[in-house]
Design a protein around this ligand. Structure first.
Ligand code: FAD
Ligand code: NAI
Length: 466
């Protein structure tokens, strides 16, 4: 007698921040929910090989760098500190493990069934895992993304690595070339530079962080170059030839011209990520993807097949953990019969270099292109008492507001704790608030947040402390 397949209200495929949050929210709403994950641990790219391990290494390498170069100037003599890479990696692994186990605990607490294996969609209503059929009234695809390959560059995750390999080098490379001056390149480049590598960033376009506000890109490049990072802009890599102990890269001007070679110990390929749908059976199920490979969805996250939804890195939009999480919550609420909405103009992006770079809303370039009349208010950390006390005075806050209504349209910060400071402006944008709302809100003294307030005052041309 054949076994009756188990039936769920919702089956989520993938347990990254999109999938696990969706599963927990659905269970909270009373839906019988299962989450299928092909990897050994829960948490997806973010917890295992992304946000969390990279921030663990950024955090320890920042402390090391401060002990090496800043403490003495502040009157703290620690001699000459040494980096123990194995211990740093052990810290990173412990942090990852605590976080992934935390998701397993949350699944148990919320009665989400964790199914281990690769999920493949047979049709609306049926997912197969390792030959076993599971019935699902609704399916959410949350299978995430993978590193984009580059022709002529063969990744072996030892000499030539993606971010995954760069998170577990056993020793500090003497030299590291980073292909791609985006978020991964600058964060992982920063980690290994702080630990002693000579880092060269090779970027195809004429600026780093090309999707961020132009002034942020310029300031970030200036500060990172001061820290010792080398940049080869408007340059493409056409070949990488590994031999024992080194890789020979062939570089060409992006616009064409004579090539040059660069000998380097390790190479990090970080030119973006692409949606991951291998083994999902989208073709057979008839689920449409666009030309970039993203699963196509409507405004309610539903694919062209009724009852099959998709969220996170595998769909259009920013590839960010918090965007995936918010989509996970909203799609669970929609499936449970509630209404849901995400304001994509209020999703912050943060680069965790030192100083941090953070952005929300429109850039000046975008507003100019859209023909929106705006006012900009800018204030430097140099003029803030707390930043001076912290010896962290690089950078500024820039607020962009509608010229007529004063409504905040964007905020761009480079400076200490920029990723935390941006939250205030995200809330104001979410509430449709104005620059004057920020300027007239009392900000504690002495805090870094006062720079946000002063930038808001500067929108009206009346900052106090400059
Ligand atoms: P993922 O996290 O990629 O999870 C997808 C999951 O689905 C995976 O576990 C995968 O194994 C599983 N899966 C795939 N196919 C199947 C299948 N057929 N069956 C079963 N399981 C399947 N974002 C930030 O916001 N902040 C950061 O600081 C940050 N740092 C990052 C650092 C690095 C080095 C990288 C690579 C990324 C970083 N990101 C960061 C991006 C962030 O990790 C992603 O945006 C986020 O993980 C996307 O979540 P997701 O749920 O869509 O997919
Ligand atoms: P990215 O899109 O941030 O940057 C890729 C860079 O590579 C761009 O500057 C691009 O112009 C350049 N590039 C593209 N092709 C090239 C080529 N052939 N040669 C040289 N340069 C080339 O992508 P990245 O850094 O790989 O990160 C992937 C995703 O992961 C991002 O979308 C990001 O959102 C997410 N992420 C987020 C983090 C955060 O929120 N702090 C941290 C790390 C990753």
């Amino acid at each position: 007698m054949s076994e009756t397949p188990e039936t769920y209200d919702l089956v989520v495929i993938g347990s990254g921040p999109g999938g696990y949050v969706c599963a927990i929210r659905a269970a909270q709403l009373g839906l019988k929910t299962a989450c299928i994950e092909k990897d050994k641990t829960l948490g997806g790219t973010c917890l295992n090989v992304g946000c969390i391990p990279s921030k663990a290494l950024l955090s320890v390498s920042e402390k090391y760098e401060q002990a090496q170069h800043q403490f003495a100037g502040l009157g703290i003599d620690v001699g000459s500190p040494k980096a123990d890479v194995a211990k740093m990696m052990a810290h990173k692994d412990e942090v990852v493990s605590a976080n992934t186990q935390g998701i397993a605990f949350l699944f148990k607490k919320n009665k989400v069934t964790h199914i281990v294996g690769t999920g493949s969609i047979k049709s609306a209503g049926v997912v197969e895992v390792d030959g076993k059929a599971i019935r699902a009234k609704n399916i959410v695809i949350a299978t995430g993304s993978e590193s984009t390959p580059l022709k002529g560059i063969d990744v072996d995750e030892k000499q030539i690595v993606t971010s995954t390999g760069a998170l577990c080098f056993e020793k500090v490379p003497k030299t590291l070339a980073v292909i791609g001056g985006g978020v991964i390149g600058l964060e992982m480049g920063t980690v290994w530079q702080r630990l002693g590598a000579k880092v060269t960033v090779i970027e195809f376009l004429d600026r780093i962080l090309p999707t961020m506000d132009g002034e942020l890109s310029k300031e970030a490049k200036k500060i990172l170059a001061k820290q010792g990072m080398e940049f080869k802009l408007s340059t493409k890599v056409t070949a990488a030839k590994p031999t024992k102990g080194k890789v020979t890269l062939t570089l060409e001007p992006a616009a064409g011209g004579a090539s040059e070679t660069l000998e380097i110990e390790n190479v990090l390929l970080a030119i973006g990520r692409r949606p991951y749908t291998q083994g999902l059976g989208l073709d057979k199920a008839g689920v449409k993807t666009d030309k970039r490979g993203c699963v196509e969805i409507d405004d309610h996250f539903q694919t062209n097949i009724k009852g099959i939804y998709a969220i996170g890195d595998v769909v259009r939009g920013a590839m960010l953990a918090h965007k995936a999480e918010d989509e996970g919550v909203v799609v669970a609420e929609i499936i449970a019969g509630q209404s849901g909405h995400i304001n994509y103009d209020a999703i912050p992006g943060v680069v965790y270099t030192s100083p941090e770079v953070a952005s929300v809303g429109f850039t000046e370039e975008q507003l100019k292109e859209k023909g929106v009349a705006y006012k900009a208010g800018k204030f430097p950390f140099m003029a803030n008492g707390r930043a001076r006390a912290m010896a962290a005075t690089d950078g500024f806050v820039k607020i962009l507001a509608d010229a007529k209504t004063d409504r905040v349209l964007g905020c761009h910060i480079i400076g200490p704790e920029a990723g935390t400071l941006i939250a205030e402006v995200v809330s104001v944008i979410e509430f449709g608030g104005s620059a004057e709302d920020i300027a007239r809100t009392c900000h504690a003294h002495p805090t870094l947040n006062e720079v946000v307030k002063e930038a808001a005052l500067a929108v009206a041309g009346r900052p106090i402390h400059i």
